[in-house]
Ligand binder design. Structure first.
Ligand code: ZN
Length: 415
């Protein structure tokens, strides 16, 4: 187990993808430079297995298009003489916005083409189901706040990435179902296009967090890994070969709604026995109402209730400790199911809620291992990653940056 928050330079996956649909070399070169922060042509040629001549031609093309620029060289550990000229992404080549819509507070981040955060903002909201026009009003308010802070206009924003809880059809830009929306299927991309000039890329919020790990976090040096997060619900994301796995209908990886008990506790989805009904904020807050010395105020959010519960557990309150331990056991069960189904090398437990250390106590990880058939193989590595709340929106910038890289540098111009 490791707790990491340090960030190597650059952003995006550091390992080249392998597999059936290789990206154009021009895009691979650009992504290599962005992932390393700075890179010399000789490093690009070596790591991408291309000739020095190809590296020179491809980088010249990217420099002419104003996507890359030359900077002072990367110092060598050994050797003498002038370090070779290095390349880096031109940050101003593009500008994107990432947005996370949630139950209590929406957040948004402005980032440049190198992935640097330029500004952030938030918008308090309340736990209620709204109409699509009301949701669009909130999105507009967030974007306008960011434009005001940064002094930019909507025309200077090249793409927007947006994550929200629920079932999302990424390709169609349609929200199939979300607890944020009153009605069922809603074409959010079309509503957005009617109001803004830039394209919108939409995804489930757990996928945003997974992209954040792939672009900015512990997943940068891995091609394949899983992310499990516990917040308002229990989310999961899976990266295979540097790409998010989304399932056929955008309904996959709903770990929170896998059943862990027949006819068990009632879940928000209306079904019974879902993992989420034992592990999510609202499930713990429900139990806290009977366990706390003082019944929680009805005006408290589940998160406030949980913070009180956590403090009481730390102070030795047995019922509070029992609630976290039981949640931890259900997490073991959920994680062992993930290992059994996908056999990932690494699972990242990610999100703000990981400050509740009971959830990944030694016993939890031991129980996860005990529930998994491993035939003497090394256990799946578990990394704990505590992020601030902005990371979700930052993951949404990665969604926009990734799409923009595909269209501007990849398919749009193949070498
Ligand atoms: Zn459920």
């Amino acid at each position: 187990m490791q707790i990491k928050n340090e960030a190597p330079p650059g952003c995006g996956p550091r390992l080249p993808g392998t597999g059936d649909a290789p990206r154009p070399l021009r895009q691979q070169v650009f992504e290599y430079v962005r992932a390393h922060g700075r890179a010399a042509r000789s490093d690009i040629a070596r790591d991408l297995s291309i000739s020095a001549g190809s590296a020179t031609t491809l980088t010249a093309d990217l420099i002419a298009a104003n996507f890359l620029r030359e900077v002072d060289g990367v110092p060598r550990d050994t050797g003498r003489g002038r370090p070779p000229v290095a390349l880096e992404v031109v940050p101003r080549a593009a500008c994107v916005i990432g947005i996370k819509m949630s139950y209590t507070r929406h957040t948004a981040v402005l980032a440049d083409f190198a992935g640097n955060m330029l500004a952030d903002t938030d918008l308090p909201t309340s736990l209620h189901r709204r109409t699509l026009p009301d949701l669009m009003d909130e999105i507009t308010a967030l974007i306008n706040q960011l434009l005001t802070i940064s002094g930019k206009t909507a025309n200077q924003i090249d793409a927007v990435g947006l994550g929200l809880p629920g079932i999302v059809d990424h390709d169609a830009g349609v929200v199939s179902w979300s607890a944020l929306l009153r009605a069922g299927e809603q074409n959010l991309a079309a509503a957005f296009a009617a109001q803004f000039p830039m394209p919108l890329y939409l995804d489930n919020d757990a996928n945003m967090l997974t992209l954040a790990e792939l672009w900015f976090g512990a997943g940068r040096a891995r091609r394949d890994f899983a992310v499990v997060t516990i917040e308002d619900g229990v989310g999961m994301g899976l990266v295979l070969n540097n790409r998010l796995y989304r399932g056929a209908r955008g309904m996959g990886l709903e770990l929170g709604h896998t059943k862990v008990q027949l006819d068990g506790a009632l879940c928000r989805c209306g079904q019974r026995g879902c993992l989420e009904a034992y592990l999510a904020d609202y499930a713990l807050a429900r139990e806290a109402a009977t366990a706390l010395d003082h019944a929680p105020d009805v005006r408290q959010s589940p998160q406030q209730t949980l913070d009180i519960l956590f403090r009481q557990a730390k102070a030795g309150h047995q019922s509070a400790q029992t609630i976290f331990r039981r949640a931890g056991r259900y997490l073991s069960l959920g994680l062992s199911n993930v290992v059994q189904l996908f056999d990932p090398k690494l699972i990242i437990l990610s999100g703000e809620r990981m400050r509740y250390d009971y959830l990944y106590a030694k016993e939890v990880l031991a129980e996860m291992q005990a529930l998994t058939l491993s035939q003497g193989r090394a256990p799946c590595e578990i990394a704990i990653h505590v992020w601030g709340d902005l990371i979700w929106a930052r993951g949404a910038t990665a969604l926009a940056l990734s799409a923009l890289t595909d269209t501007r540098i990849g398919e749009a111009r193949t070498p």
